[in-house]
Write a protein that binds this ligand. Structure first.
Ligand code: CTP
Ligand code: CA
Length: 225
């Protein structure tokens, strides 16, 4: 008996996952970044690979290893991440879990900035491209586009607003206030929010969140065909 379809429900599917932070250089030795271990994004890429999908993992700088069986594209900046995401298309499903830096400096100094008598340098910031919004409105838009929202307050309201603004199909929202201990930890407590749905998942390991998300997106994709 051929059990491969049951064991590997996403076999033949192409999936894109972003993970980790981006680093936006200020000068050759300094950068701006968000906090991100890459654990949740990498766990999602691993779960998709176990389900049989062809997975491209576009990751910013992280210390954890790439999961087995995924194609890793290592990037530094948001602009590099956007280029790598577009290069991975077409895909059936995209999950953008990266903590993209919202801003970069208007100019990157070619030489290390030095301390002076006249005080700290003023950094002029410009906004980075929004990868999730770009992908959601792309001419090669994946059938399912999922974003993340890391919030410290009013989690559901912010997530619903983001779903609208970005044009994606689902937002996986989590509360990252320091008291939850989620940031940088091994567990996550998330809510999966769609245009007309809202599920609150119990606190579980980031691997378990990944398994459940992949199972749900797999059946979502099957009903969308
Ligand atoms: N995201 C992205 N490109 C950006 C910023 C964010 O693709 N330049 C994606 C993230 O990967 C995530 C989702 O958008 O999936 C939400 O990120 P978040 O930082 O919560 O949203 P922002 O629109 O940047 O809003 P905020 O002001 O709350 O940071
Ligand atoms: Ca942001």
């Amino acid at each position: 008996v051929d059990t491969s379809a049951a064991l590997r429900p996403l076999s033949g599917r192409r999936v894109l996952v972003t993970s980790g932070p981006t680093h936006e250089p200020i000068d050759p030795v300094r950068y701006l970044a968000n906090r991100s271990s890459g654990r949740q994004g990498h766990a999602i890429a691993a779960a998709f690979a176990r389900a049989g999908a062809h997975v491209t993992l576009v990751s910013g700088p992280v210390t954890i290893p790439a999961p087995e069986g995924v194609d890793l594209v290592a990037v530094e900046t948001a602009r590099e991440m956007l280029a790598a995401v577009e290069a991975a298309l077409p895909v059936d499903i995209a999950v953008l879990a990266a903590a993209v830096a919202d801003w970069r400096t208007a100019e990157e100094a070619e030489r290390k900035l030095k301390k002076t008598q006249t005080g700290a340098p003023a950094l002029t910031l410009v906004e980075n491209p929004d990868i999730l919004a770009t992908l959601s409105r792309h001419e090669m838009r994946p059938r399912l586009v999922v974003g993340f929202a890391a919030e410290t307050n009013d989690v559901v309201a912010h997530a619903r607003a983001k779903l609208q603004r970005k044009g994606c199909d689902f937002i996986l929202a989590n509360d990252v206030s320091p008291a939850t201990g989620i940031m940088g930890g091994t567990e996550n407590a998330v809510q999966l929010i769609g245009p007309a749905s809202h599920e609150e998942w119990p606190r579980m390991s980031k691997e378990a969140v990944a398994e459940r998300l992949v199972a749900q997106l797999g059946s979502e994709l099957a009903t969308k065909m």
